[in-house]
Write a protein that binds this ligand. Sequence first.
Ligand code: SF4
Length: 289
Amino acid sequence: MQDKARKRLFIGLISGTNFLICVLLALLWVVPYVGLTNIHPYAGWVLGAAVGALIVFLSWSSLGLVLNVLLGRTFPFARRFRGMSIKLFLPLITLLGRLLGMSKEKIRSSFINVNNELVLSEAARYRPEEILLLMPHCLQNSRCDRRLTYNIHNCKRCGKCPIAGLLDLQEKYGVHLAIATGGTIARRIVVQTRPKMIVAVACERDLSSGIQDVYPLPAYGVLNMRPHGPCLDTQVALQDVEEALLKFLDPAFLPSETEDREAKAGPRGRVVSSGQAAGAEAVGDGAAG
Ligand code: SF4
Protein backbone atom coordinates (compact mmCIF):
# COMPACT_ATOMS: atom_id res chain seq x y z
CA MET A 1 0.00 0.00 0.00
CA GLN A 2 1.30 3.46 -0.85
CA ASP A 3 2.17 5.80 2.05
CA LYS A 4 -0.48 8.34 1.02
CA ALA A 5 -3.19 5.66 0.89
CA ARG A 6 -2.13 4.44 4.36
CA LYS A 7 -2.32 7.98 5.71
CA ARG A 8 -5.74 8.53 4.13
CA LEU A 9 -7.03 5.28 5.63
CA PHE A 10 -5.76 6.20 9.09
CA ILE A 11 -7.16 9.72 8.93
CA GLY A 12 -10.54 8.47 7.64
CA LEU A 13 -10.81 5.87 10.38
CA ILE A 14 -9.73 8.19 13.17
CA SER A 15 -12.17 10.90 12.03
CA GLY A 16 -15.03 8.38 11.77
CA THR A 17 -14.22 6.94 15.18
CA ASN A 18 -14.08 10.39 16.72
CA PHE A 19 -17.44 11.33 15.17
CA LEU A 20 -19.13 8.18 16.55
CA ILE A 21 -17.74 8.77 20.04
CA CYS A 22 -18.83 12.41 20.01
CA VAL A 23 -22.38 11.47 18.94
CA LEU A 24 -22.52 8.84 21.66
CA LEU A 25 -21.27 11.28 24.28
CA ALA A 26 -23.76 13.93 23.14
CA LEU A 27 -26.59 11.38 23.50
CA LEU A 28 -25.38 10.51 26.96
CA TRP A 29 -25.90 14.13 27.87
CA VAL A 30 -29.24 14.75 26.13
CA VAL A 31 -31.10 11.75 27.56
CA PRO A 32 -30.38 12.21 31.27
CA TYR A 33 -30.79 15.97 30.93
CA VAL A 34 -34.51 15.54 30.47
CA GLY A 35 -34.82 13.99 33.89
CA LEU A 36 -31.83 15.46 35.70
CA THR A 37 -33.53 18.77 36.46
CA ASN A 38 -35.79 16.88 38.83
CA ILE A 39 -32.70 15.99 40.91
CA HIS A 40 -31.05 19.44 40.92
CA PRO A 41 -31.67 22.51 38.78
CA TYR A 42 -27.99 22.59 37.67
CA ALA A 43 -27.34 18.85 37.45
CA GLY A 44 -28.01 18.74 33.72
CA TRP A 45 -25.57 21.58 33.02
CA VAL A 46 -22.84 20.03 35.13
CA LEU A 47 -23.16 16.78 33.21
CA GLY A 48 -23.27 18.73 29.96
CA ALA A 49 -20.07 20.59 30.82
CA ALA A 50 -18.33 17.28 31.61
CA VAL A 51 -19.46 15.74 28.33
CA GLY A 52 -18.46 18.91 26.45
CA ALA A 53 -14.98 18.77 27.99
CA LEU A 54 -14.64 15.12 26.90
CA ILE A 55 -15.73 15.98 23.37
CA VAL A 56 -13.17 18.82 23.21
CA PHE A 57 -10.46 16.52 24.56
CA LEU A 58 -11.17 13.74 22.07
CA SER A 59 -11.46 16.15 19.16
CA TRP A 60 -8.23 17.90 20.12
CA SER A 61 -6.41 14.59 20.46
CA SER A 62 -7.55 13.32 17.07
CA LEU A 63 -7.00 16.71 15.41
CA GLY A 64 -3.49 16.87 16.88
CA LEU A 65 -2.77 13.41 15.51
CA VAL A 66 -4.15 14.20 12.07
CA LEU A 67 -2.19 17.50 11.85
CA ASN A 68 0.91 15.69 13.09
CA VAL A 69 0.57 13.08 10.34
CA LEU A 70 -0.26 15.59 7.62
CA LEU A 71 2.39 18.18 8.46
CA GLY A 72 5.10 15.91 9.90
CA ARG A 73 5.68 17.83 13.12
CA THR A 74 4.30 17.97 16.64
CA PHE A 75 2.08 20.76 17.98
CA PRO A 76 1.79 22.35 21.43
CA PHE A 77 -0.23 20.10 23.75
CA ALA A 78 -0.86 17.60 20.94
CA ARG A 79 2.34 15.63 21.61
CA ARG A 80 1.31 14.68 25.13
CA PHE A 81 -1.89 13.18 23.73
CA ARG A 82 -0.03 11.06 21.17
CA GLY A 83 0.36 7.91 23.20
CA MET A 84 -3.03 8.17 24.81
CA SER A 85 -4.70 8.79 21.47
CA ILE A 86 -2.88 5.87 19.88
CA LYS A 87 -3.72 3.59 22.78
CA LEU A 88 -7.32 4.80 22.89
CA PHE A 89 -7.99 5.08 19.19
CA LEU A 90 -6.25 1.99 17.82
CA PRO A 91 -8.76 -0.54 19.23
CA LEU A 92 -11.66 1.67 18.11
CA ILE A 93 -10.12 2.19 14.68
CA THR A 94 -9.66 -1.55 14.35
CA LEU A 95 -13.29 -2.12 15.33
CA LEU A 96 -14.59 0.49 12.89
CA GLY A 97 -12.31 -0.79 10.12
CA ARG A 98 -13.52 -4.35 10.69
CA LEU A 99 -17.15 -3.17 10.59
CA LEU A 100 -16.34 -1.56 7.24
CA GLY A 101 -14.91 -4.88 6.01
CA MET A 102 -11.22 -3.95 6.07
CA SER A 103 -8.61 -6.56 6.96
CA LYS A 104 -6.82 -6.28 10.31
CA GLU A 105 -3.51 -6.45 8.46
CA LYS A 106 -4.37 -3.41 6.37
CA ILE A 107 -5.46 -1.38 9.40
CA ARG A 108 -2.38 -2.37 11.40
CA SER A 109 -0.10 -1.58 8.49
CA SER A 110 -1.69 1.86 8.29
CA PHE A 111 -1.19 2.37 12.03
CA ILE A 112 2.50 1.34 11.83
CA ASN A 113 3.08 3.76 8.98
CA VAL A 114 1.49 6.63 10.91
CA ASN A 115 3.38 5.66 14.08
CA ASN A 116 6.65 5.84 12.14
CA GLU A 117 5.76 9.31 10.91
CA LEU A 118 4.96 10.44 14.44
CA VAL A 119 8.24 9.05 15.78
CA LEU A 120 10.13 10.73 12.94
CA SER A 121 8.34 14.04 13.58
CA GLU A 122 9.84 14.09 17.08
CA ALA A 123 13.16 14.49 15.26
CA ALA A 124 15.44 13.07 17.93
CA ARG A 125 18.92 11.60 17.43
CA TYR A 126 20.48 8.98 19.66
CA ARG A 127 23.86 7.53 20.52
CA PRO A 128 24.43 3.96 19.26
CA GLU A 129 24.19 2.42 22.74
CA GLU A 130 20.76 4.05 23.16
CA ILE A 131 19.29 2.24 20.15
CA LEU A 132 18.00 -1.33 20.19
CA LEU A 133 17.45 -3.37 17.03
CA LEU A 134 14.77 -5.86 18.04
CA MET A 135 14.27 -8.84 15.72
CA PRO A 136 11.72 -11.66 15.64
CA HIS A 137 13.07 -15.22 16.00
CA CYS A 138 11.35 -16.25 12.75
CA LEU A 139 14.16 -14.46 10.85
CA GLN A 140 16.48 -17.29 11.87
CA ASN A 141 16.71 -20.11 9.38
CA SER A 142 14.36 -22.87 10.60
CA ARG A 143 17.05 -25.53 10.04
CA CYS A 144 19.66 -23.64 12.07
CA ASP A 145 20.34 -25.19 15.49
CA ARG A 146 22.16 -22.20 17.02
CA ARG A 147 20.48 -20.77 20.12
CA LEU A 148 20.26 -17.03 19.64
CA THR A 149 17.62 -15.86 22.12
CA TYR A 150 20.05 -15.27 24.98
CA ASN A 151 23.09 -14.51 22.89
CA ILE A 152 22.77 -13.52 19.26
CA HIS A 153 26.54 -13.91 18.87
CA ASN A 154 26.02 -17.69 18.91
CA CYS A 155 25.27 -17.21 15.20
CA LYS A 156 28.19 -18.52 13.15
CA ARG A 157 27.25 -16.20 10.26
CA CYS A 158 26.82 -18.81 7.57
CA GLY A 159 24.67 -16.32 5.65
CA LYS A 160 21.63 -18.58 5.26
CA CYS A 161 19.40 -16.05 6.99
CA PRO A 162 19.37 -12.27 7.64
CA ILE A 163 20.89 -12.64 11.13
CA ALA A 164 24.45 -12.61 9.72
CA GLY A 165 23.82 -9.28 7.95
CA LEU A 166 22.14 -7.82 11.03
CA LEU A 167 25.23 -8.68 13.09
CA ASP A 168 27.31 -6.83 10.49
CA LEU A 169 25.04 -3.79 10.95
CA GLN A 170 25.38 -4.03 14.71
CA GLU A 171 29.16 -4.06 14.47
CA LYS A 172 29.21 -1.22 11.97
CA TYR A 173 27.07 1.13 14.06
CA GLY A 174 27.58 -0.15 17.62
CA VAL A 175 23.87 -0.44 18.46
CA HIS A 176 22.22 -3.18 20.53
CA LEU A 177 20.83 -6.17 18.64
CA ALA A 178 18.55 -8.82 20.12
CA ILE A 179 16.10 -11.52 19.10
CA ALA A 180 12.77 -11.97 20.86
CA THR A 181 10.61 -15.08 20.71
CA GLY A 182 7.56 -13.23 22.03
CA GLY A 183 6.23 -10.17 23.85
CA THR A 184 7.46 -11.24 27.30
CA ILE A 185 11.06 -11.75 26.15
CA ALA A 186 10.89 -8.53 24.14
CA ARG A 187 9.85 -6.62 27.26
CA ARG A 188 12.66 -8.25 29.22
CA ILE A 189 15.21 -7.25 26.57
CA VAL A 190 13.94 -3.67 26.73
CA VAL A 191 14.22 -3.62 30.52
CA GLN A 192 17.76 -5.07 30.38
CA THR A 193 19.19 -2.92 27.59
CA ARG A 194 17.25 0.25 28.60
CA PRO A 195 17.27 1.78 25.11
CA LYS A 196 15.85 5.22 24.33
CA MET A 197 14.81 4.21 20.83
CA ILE A 198 13.81 0.90 19.25
CA VAL A 199 13.94 -0.12 15.61
CA ALA A 200 11.79 -3.24 15.49
CA VAL A 201 11.27 -5.78 12.72
CA ALA A 202 8.13 -7.94 12.82
CA CYS A 203 4.79 -8.66 11.16
CA GLU A 204 1.88 -6.19 11.29
CA ARG A 205 0.30 -7.81 14.36
CA ASP A 206 3.46 -7.98 16.49
CA LEU A 207 4.66 -4.53 15.48
CA SER A 208 1.38 -2.78 16.28
CA SER A 209 1.05 -4.49 19.68
CA GLY A 210 4.77 -3.95 20.40
CA ILE A 211 4.57 -0.24 19.60
CA GLN A 212 1.71 0.09 22.09
CA ASP A 213 3.54 -2.02 24.69
CA VAL A 214 6.71 0.04 24.74
CA TYR A 215 5.06 3.47 24.75
CA PRO A 216 6.35 6.09 25.73
CA LEU A 217 9.56 4.67 24.27
CA PRO A 218 9.64 5.58 20.56
CA ALA A 219 9.56 2.49 18.34
CA TYR A 220 10.06 2.60 14.57
CA GLY A 221 8.62 -0.43 12.78
CA VAL A 222 10.04 -2.25 9.75
CA LEU A 223 7.76 -4.94 8.31
CA ASN A 224 9.26 -8.35 7.64
CA MET A 225 8.62 -10.38 4.49
CA ARG A 226 7.00 -13.81 4.69
CA PRO A 227 7.74 -15.73 1.49
CA HIS A 228 7.04 -19.06 3.29
CA GLY A 229 3.99 -17.86 5.23
CA PRO A 230 3.84 -16.44 8.76
CA CYS A 231 6.56 -17.19 11.32
CA LEU A 232 8.73 -19.38 9.06
CA ASP A 233 12.04 -18.29 7.55
CA THR A 234 10.92 -14.69 7.29
CA GLN A 235 13.11 -12.07 5.65
CA VAL A 236 13.93 -8.41 6.08
CA ALA A 237 15.68 -6.05 3.70
CA LEU A 238 18.91 -5.08 5.49
CA GLN A 239 18.88 -1.84 3.56
CA ASP A 240 15.51 -0.94 5.16
CA VAL A 241 16.90 -1.63 8.63
CA GLU A 242 20.05 0.41 7.93
CA GLU A 243 18.01 3.31 6.52
CA ALA A 244 15.81 3.26 9.62
CA LEU A 245 18.93 3.31 11.84
CA LEU A 246 20.37 6.27 9.96
CA LYS A 247 17.21 8.28 10.61
CA PHE A 248 17.86 8.16 14.35
CA LEU A 249 21.60 7.76 14.89
CA ASP A 250 23.48 10.83 16.08
CA PRO A 251 25.74 11.74 13.09
CA ALA A 252 28.66 12.23 15.47
CA PHE A 253 28.73 8.45 15.98
CA LEU A 254 28.45 7.38 12.35
CA PRO A 255 31.30 5.58 10.55
CA SER A 256 33.09 8.04 8.24
CA GLU A 257 31.69 6.76 4.91
CA THR A 258 28.16 6.87 6.34
CA GLU A 259 28.76 10.39 7.59
CA ASP A 260 29.43 11.51 4.03
CA ARG A 261 26.09 10.04 2.92
CA GLU A 262 24.32 11.75 5.81
CA ALA A 263 26.00 15.09 5.09
CA LYS A 264 24.71 14.96 1.51
CA ALA A 265 21.22 14.20 2.81
CA GLY A 266 21.35 17.26 5.11
CA PRO A 267 21.00 17.63 8.89
CA ARG A 268 17.86 16.49 10.71
CA GLY A 269 16.85 16.33 14.32
CA ARG A 270 18.42 16.94 17.68
CA VAL A 271 20.61 14.82 19.90
CA VAL A 272 18.86 13.40 22.94
CA SER A 273 20.94 13.85 26.06
CA SER A 274 21.04 11.15 28.69
CA GLY A 275 18.71 13.27 30.83
CA GLN A 276 16.07 13.39 28.12
CA ALA A 277 15.09 9.75 28.35
CA ALA A 278 12.24 9.17 25.98
CA GLY A 279 10.56 7.00 28.55
CA ALA A 280 12.92 4.05 28.94
CA GLU A 281 12.51 4.11 32.68
CA ALA A 282 8.76 4.28 32.40
CA VAL A 283 8.79 1.29 30.08
CA GLY A 284 11.15 -0.57 32.36
CA ASP A 285 8.85 -0.05 35.27
CA GLY A 286 5.74 -0.85 33.29
CA ALA A 287 7.17 -3.91 31.61
CA ALA A 288 8.57 -5.22 34.82
CA GLY A 289 5.09 -4.95 36.29
S1 SF4 B 1 23.28 -16.85 9.68
FE1 SF4 B 1 23.49 -19.10 9.69
S2 SF4 B 1 24.23 -19.56 11.77
FE2 SF4 B 1 23.43 -17.49 11.82
S3 SF4 B 1 21.33 -17.77 12.50
FE3 SF4 B 1 21.29 -17.70 10.25
S4 SF4 B 1 21.38 -19.85 9.64
FE4 SF4 B 1 22.00 -19.77 11.80
